[in-house]
Design a protein around this ligand. Structure first.
Ligand code: ASP
Length: 307
């Protein structure tokens, strides 16, 4: 019932979800299609409960719900404007929402595992919209959809992930998903302080996926099918970094990338992708973000239909 981690999804479920997202994307292009979409979930209601800032996840989920004909109740700064600021626990907030009879509750929270805690007491489906340094399953689904859209396959890909791999939850969820498909290879680009978690490396070793770690972008970009870049998660740093080395995608560094590569980023970008490459045909991050709307519509429909 709840959507908490990418590990819940079978590959067949993902394919069904993607087919639905593609159908919704098409329907959304015409007035008749939009009317049809709007009739799908009239009378259902979504609550979005965000204890951390968000642009894409919250707005695309709410837009997804509205496009499906749902009603939306939203608190975009629950840390400050909900009773959390008076000391109410997340569990109690969920117990209260149980009584308001929503059809789904989208939760983002700065603590890893908070969405699991919410789900443990919720009688309404919870969708994890990012829990601290844990997971961001819906972002990973839209990332995977985008890779599938660009390459027509999810197997045999060389995927280069760079930036703050230690604190970035989107990277963790995406690697977990991609590791389930045959023949994918990972190249992690970061400083030693910001390497991807040992738990993820162990999972990769367990399923027999090859990965390398490097600080050399030129070397990493050779044969890349996907380049997935991330910002430094300043809000999650426990200690000051000793290295100030940055990995920046600009005209000079993407010159090492093959033509077939797709450049992705969960956004927001800060300084790690220069705007000078936005017009490069391989730059796909804004289209990737727009795919989020349709993947989240498909997910909402699936969650609501399974109740
Ligand atoms: N928007 C993504 C997240 O919420 C990525 C980021 O914030 O850097 O995790």
């Amino acid at each position: 019932m709840h959507v908490l981690s990418v590990s819940q999804f079978h590959n067949e479920t993902i394919q069904t979800l993607f087919a639905l997202a593609t159908k919704y994307k098409k329907l959304d292009q015409t007035t008749a299609g939009r009317k049809k979409l709007h009739s799908l979930h009239t009378g259902n209601q979504l609550c979005s409960l965000f204890y951390e800032p968000s642009t894409r996840t919250r707005i695309s989920f709410e837009q997804a719900a509205l496009k499906l004909g749902m009603g939306v109740v939203s608190t975009e700064n629950a840390a400050e404007f909900s009773s959390a600021s008076k000391g109410e626990t997340l569990e109690d907030t969920m117990r209260v929402l149980n009584g308001y009879n929503f059809d789904a509750v989208i939760v983002r929270h700065p603590e890893t595992g908070a969405t699991d805690r919410a789900a443990a007491v919720s009688t309404t489906p919870i969708i994890n919209a990012g829990d601290g340094k844990g997971e961001h399953p819906t972002q990973a689904l839209l990332d995977l959809y985008t890779i599938y859209e660009k390459h027509g396959t999810l197997e045999g890909l060389t995927v280069v992930l760079g930036g703050d791999l230690k604190h970035g939850r989107t990277v963790r969820s995406l690697v977990r998903l991609l590791a389930r498909y045959k023949g994918n290879r990972f190249v992690f680009v970061s400083t030693s302080e910001l390497q991807i978690g040992v738990d993820i490396k162990q999972e990769l070793a367990h399923v027999g996926c090859t990965y390398t770690e490097t600080e050399d972008m030129k070397q990493a970009f050779k044969n890349a099918d996907v380049v997935y870049w991330t910002r430094l998660q300043k809000e999650r740093l426990e200690t000051k970094l000793t290295s100030s080395k940055e990995f920046i995608l600009n005209k000079q560094t993407i010159a090492y990338l093959p033509k077939k590569a797709v450049i992705m980023h969960p956004l927001p970008r800060v300084s790690e992708i220069h705007t000078e490459i936005d017009s490069d045909p391989r730059a796909y991050y804004f289209k990737q973000a727009s795919n989020g709307l349709y993947v989240r519509m498909a997910l909402l429909h699936t969650v609501l239909s399974s109740r």
